[in-house]
Design a protein around this ligand. Structure first.
Ligand code: NAG
Ligand code: NAG
Length: 327
């Protein structure tokens, strides 16, 4: 790869008329994720970002090593920023009874709840839910595309997803929608109902409640966007409406006493507080994380994608995509 060459063409913005959005990739990860992240960046660069040079922001709750930073910088010609998460965003709020939280983790481990035993996973979910968009390195941006180490991007993009978000006034973009593990969120929905009753002014008129509830809000059907991929207009997360939602949930304690994920938190917020037209399924972006993959099936998109449509999770029995598209 002739990195030098595309480096100069990307950094010379006066010679490049491609309009860009004030946006960045934001990645929360650990030093041990270096090689998985490099593989992901190789795909992100070759399918999309080599044409655009959007910056990357990497965040960690401990400092990145020089080795990590050198090897990440070598993967892109775009600007790269490394940040430390402030302690107060990665610790217990005063109202949490940590003895009780520890007992609950042991009980959840015994029930084989995924990450049921993990304290750091809980801090991560809370951080992604309420703080990441306020990090000083993320604050300058209007949009983020969340990326994780070891995810795959399989389709060449001949458009800029950030620009689609901006020109069509989309606030939340996703590729995969699945049900959450119920054991991680026993009391989440009762708190959501409390929020809806307390803050009717935050609920959008043409919302997507029907997508996440079969009974007009009585119960949750556990559908959520898989937030390990999400492209978001950050003014949504930074809004009073979203922050009132996060603060109510944080006070309720379920990030620690249960194991509320940022995926249901972001998704329920988007479903209730955004207009339906402000949420977009990015069908064009082939994406895999772990065992689930979105592989576009249309013949035109297949020509641009290196994925097997047989692996596509979109129409699986448990997928929540069909319901989203039909409601
Ligand atoms: C950037 O592009 C402009 C216009 O083509 C050119 O005049 C200038 O020398 C270039 N600058 C660099 C640093 O390559
Ligand atoms: C915290 O939880 C433990 C375990 O349930 C309980 O014994 C203790 O009284 C609680 N502490 C406070 C201050 O409520």
């Amino acid at each position: 790869m002739d990195r030098q060459h595309y480096s100069s063409s990307l950094t010379n913005s006066s010679a490049d008329p491609t309009p860009r959005v004030n946006a960045a990739f934001v990645i929360l990860l650990q030093n041990k994720d270096l090689h998985d992240m490099r593989k992901t960046m190789r795909m992100l660069e070759s399918t999309f970002n080599r044409h655009y040079g959007y910056p990357y922001v990497f965040l960690n709750n401990v400092p990145f090593t020089d080795h990590f930073m050198t090897h990440i910088r070598a993967m892109t010609a775009a600007p790269v920023h490394f940040g430390l998460i402030p302690k107060e965003h990665w610790s217990y709020p005063a109202h949490i009874n940590q003895t009780q939280a520890a007992l609950n983790r042991i009980a959840m481990e015994a029930r084989n709840v995924p990450y049921g035993e993990s304290e750091s996973y809980r801090h991560m979910c809370r951080y992604e839910s309420g703080f990441i968009f306020q990090h000083e390195l993320v604050l300058p941006y209007d949009y983020y595309w969340r990326v994780e180490p070891d995810v795959s991007f399989s389709c060449d993009l001949d458009f800029d997803p950030f620009m689609v978000m901006k020109t069509r006034k989309i606030k939340y973009g996703f590729t995969i929608a699945l049900p959450e593990y119920v054991d991680t969120i026993p009391t989440l929905w009762e708190n959501v109902r409390r929020f809806m009753a307390l803050y009717p002014e935050h609920i959008a008129k043409r919302n997507s409640l029907e997508w996440i509830s079969y009974d007009m809000g009585e119960t949750y059907n556990n559908c959520h966007f898989w937030s390990n991929f999400e492209i978001v207009d950050l003014s949504f997360f930074r809004s009073k409406a979203y922050m009132d939602f996060f603060n109510l949930l944080d006070q309720a304690g379920g990030f620690f006493y249960e194991r509320w994920g940022d995926a249901p938190v972001h998704s329920i917020a988007a479903a209730l507080m955004l207009e339906r037209r402000e949420i977009r399924f990015f069908n064009e972006i082939g994406y895999r994380h772990g065992m689930y993959e979105h592989c576009p099936e249309s013949p035109a998109l297949q020509l641009k994608c290196a994925c097997d449509p047989k692996d596509n999770v979109d129409w699986a029995q448990f997928s929540c995509l069909r319901r989203f598209l039909e409601t």
